[in-house]
Every structure is written in C-alpha cells, then in structure tokens.
Design a protein around this ligand. Structure first.
Ligand SMILES: Nc1nc2c(ncn2[C@@H]2O[C@H](COP(=O)(O)OP(=O)(O)OP(=O)(O)O)[C@@H](O)[C@H]2O)c(=O)[nH]1
Ligand SMILES: [Zn+2]
Length: 187
C-alpha cells in the first residue's frame, strides 16, 4: 500500500513534466508516504483505550472542559489539511470517576488523524465521551480553516468553519449551554 503510494507520487511527478530524480524530488515519494501514514494514524488507534483510565474524585458534578485545543486534520474530500482549535467538555454523572485531562485532546487527535468532515469529527468526540465515560452530556465546538477553501477553489483565507455537537444536559439546559460558550470564549 505504501509502495503503491510511493510509485503513484513518482509517476505523478513525471506526468507533470518534472524529473523525479532531481535532488529535491528524489526522496519526495517516500516522504509523502510517511506523511500520509502519520496523517491517517488515527485509524490504528482506539478511542476506548484513551478513556479507559479514570480517576476517582471527591466531587465531580460540574462541567469539565478543556478549551483552545489546537489540532490539525485532513479533509476527506480534497485530502487537504484543516487546522483550528476545539473546546471539549463533559458533565460527569455526580460522583463518577473522571478522565485524565490530557485524554480529551488525545481523543480529538485520534479522530483528527483520520480523513474527516469537520461535522463528523465534532460529533465523534462527543459520542466517544458519552460511550466510554459516565456523563450526563458532552459538548464539542470546533473552529477551523480548511486548506481546500483557503488555498484553492473559492480561496477565502481567514474564513473559518464552526461546528458544534452537544448531547444530554448541554442540549436541554440553556444555562449550561451559555456556560459552555463562555468557557469556549475563555471566560
Ligand atoms: N460540510 C463540509 N464540507 C467540507 C468539509 N471539508 C471540505 N468540504 C467541502 O466539500 C465540498 C466538495 O465539493 P465538490 O463540489 O464535490 O468539490 P469541488 O469542485 O472541489 O468544490 P469547491 O471546493 O467548491 O471548488 C466543497 O464544498 C468543500 O468546501 C467539511 O469538513 N465539511
Ligand atoms: Zn476539502
């Protein structure tokens, strides 16, 4: 599979009228294959394993959030990068064990290292939180710039896509949702 990609890139360079053996291009097919292995490494990782390890806490009945989490992903439509930041939040069932803080960005990174639509990425994060932790709801807000929209096609640098996913009490309680947006804005 990696060999096919390497051969494909080499053939594309040649078709484009370039010399695949010139010094700057000689190792490019192998580099591209390595880069794509990294960009799609999330298919080999299990989100359940990330949230498996939890910790008991005396009180865990408020919103737990991590904000401003930078990420990079790749759009399934054009295979171009999209980059931005996310807010990830959940409301644990009172008294339930909580996940380690770093596990929320780890969860995002697993899904981001798959070929994505931003809406899907956003929902996959909340689905995983609700599936693998005891929550009364979860939320994810993603803001990102898509290379396929900023560097080619319509070419609108600076235009960002914002997507949200809310479940449980975040979906039904307006006060919680307002609190979520305050947290997202850094309040
Ligand atoms: N909803 C959504 N659309 C995306 C995402 N990433 C890329 N796209 C869009 O995918 C669409 C693909 O549209 P097509 O018409 O098949 O492809 P295209 O001719 O390259 O379209 P243009 O980008 O408009 O030039 C484009 O409108 C992209 O902006 C994403 O994460 N979510
Ligand atoms: Zn795209």
């Amino acid at each position: 599979m990696t060999a096919d990609l390497t051969a494909g890139i080499r053939s594309w360079l040649a078709d484009r009228g370039l010399d695949p053996d010139e010094p700057n291009l000689r190792d490019t097919p192998a580099r591209v294959a390595r880069a794509w292995a990294e960009l799609t490494s999330g298919y080999d990782q299990d989100p359940a394993a990330v949230l498996e390890r939890t910790f008991p806490v005396d009180r865990s009945d408020g919103v737990i959030a991590v904000t401003g989490v930078p990420f990079t992903s790749c759009c399934a439509h054009h295979l171009m990068p999209f980059t931005g930041t996310a807010t990830i939040a959940y409301l644990p069932v009172a008294g339930a064990p909580v996940a380690g803080l770093s596990k929320l960005p780890r969860l995002l990174d697993i899904y981001a290292h798959r070929l994505q639509a931003q809406e899907q990425l956003t929902h996959q994060v909340t689905e995983a939180l609700d599936t693998y932790l005891k929550t009364e709801g979860s939320a994810c807000i993603v803001r990102a710039e898509h290379g396929c929209m900023t560097q080619r096609g319509i070419r609108k640098p600076g235009a960002a896509m914002v997507t949200t996913a809310v479940t449980g009490r975040f979906a039904t309680d307006p006060e919680l949702r307002a609190q979520l947006w305050d947290l997202h804005r850094g309040g």
